[in-house]
Design a binder for this molecule. Structure first.
Ligand code: NDP
Length: 327
């Protein structure tokens, strides 16, 4: 028997989440059974744990869109018992049972071997948010980062914290946008050279072009903030659009694309091919300083998850929640 956070739906359609005992026979079919060590709390997890079930496709459901652990049994020649593995994406924790569990059974294709230089706890301190931050930085690099500071929005959140630390470690000046002034010291400790108040960027676009300010941007917020910052990008600079914490609409004009050659790059971490996932994890191990990663960690257990799910939806989590599923 093992413990898992199970989300159930009653006959009235109301969902509830509780830690329950499960058996291996209850796990879905899959090539690889993993003894999970750590998982995390991402925005999507907040939706899946919360009322209404968010993105959950089947009940009862075990959420947790990422995990790291040790292979216990494998029918796939790529993995053997004892191998350390990481999983992000592939709709695990939404359509398939996920990482809020001491055991998980998944398709071998969805796994990546733990990269050298990271342990399972560090890998989940990175988790889906940090993996996505790395993809966003790699996309900016592919299109060329300009000289001006690189803007990171939603900076005190998961994606923003990791993006800030990676970009600063790569030698870029980082302007961190936050709605929480009390996180300024934390963001500076991650390497931000400038703190921008959320209100400064949250106003509706009045002029389609403003001063050419930012050499690149990792945007976790979307909405009016994304629309506004597009007009502040330097000529030919790129924005990696990662999230929609501030809204899914985009009240922008085409002018920044036409007159400034701005690139808007969509980042999707869910369906990344194996080679890209391996490349991103290797870059994380190389370019993310582990002391800064440590400073982002908020430790948690399975029973903390319902309240943490509510907090992340309210934008109140700072850094990365690391769930020790065996604690
Ligand atoms: P977090 O909740 O940890 O961070 C989001 C941050 O955005 C908050 O901490 C807050 O930062 C800021 N924020 C929240 N609400 C608002 C608002 N109304 N207006 C402006 N800023 C706001 O989430 P994650 O970092 O894990 O994820 C960020 C986004 O990226 C989410 O939308 C998520 O779904 C998405 N995502 C996308 C992925 C992909 O594959 N494309 C993968 C992972 C995440 P502060 O307090 O500093 O202002």
């Amino acid at each position: 028997m093992f413990n898992a956070l199970v989300v159930e739906k009653n006959e009235e359609g109301k969902t509830s989440a509780s830690v329950q005992q499960m058996s291996l026979e209850q796990l879905p079919a899959g090539d690889v059974t993993v003894a999970v060590e750590y998982s995390t709390v991402n925005y999507k997890d907040g939706l899946c744990i919360g009322p209404g079930g968010g993105l959950v496709r089947n009940y009862p459901h075990i959420p947790g869109i990422d995990f790291a652990g040790t292979v216990e049994a494998s029918d796939d020649p790529r993995y053997k018992a004892g191998d350390k593995v990481v999983l992000t994406g592939w709709r695990v924790g939404e359509a398939y049972w996920g990482g809020y569990s001491q055991k998980a059974r998944v398709k071998a294709d969805w796994l990546v071997p733990l990269p050298a230089g990271l342990n399972t706890r560090q890998a989940m301190a990175v988790g889906t948010a940090g993996f996505t931050a790395m993809l966003a930085v790699m996309a900016l690099e592919d299109h060329g980062i300009k000289d001006g500071p690189v803007l990171v929005t939603g900076a005190a959140g998961g994606v923003g914290s990791v993006a800030t630390a990676i970009l600063a470690n790569l030698g870029h000046k980082v302007a961190a946008v936050t709605g929480r002034p009390e996180t300024a010291e934390y963001l500076t400790s991650l390497g931000a050279t400038q703190i921008v108040a959320r209100e400064e960027l949250n106003e509706t676009v009045k002029r389609p072009l403003e001063g050419e300010t930012w050499g690149g941007c990792v945007d976790a917020v979307g909405g009016e903030m994304l629309a506004r910052l597009l007009g502040q990008m330097q000529y030919g600079a790129s924005v990696s659009a990662v999230g929609l914490a501030g809204g899914a609409g985009l009240p922008a004009t085409v002018i920044p694309f036409l007159l400034r050659g701005v690139n808007l790059l969509g980042i999707d971490s869910v369906m990344q091919p194996y080679a890209n996932r391996v490349r991103a994890w290797e870059r994380i191990a190389k370019d993310l300083p582990m002391d800064k990663l440590e400073a982002m960690i908020v430790p948690a257990t399975l029973s903390d998850l319902p309240s943490l799910g509510r907090d992340i939806l309210k934008g109140q989590v700072k850094g990365r929640v690391v769930v020790d599923v065996n604690a």
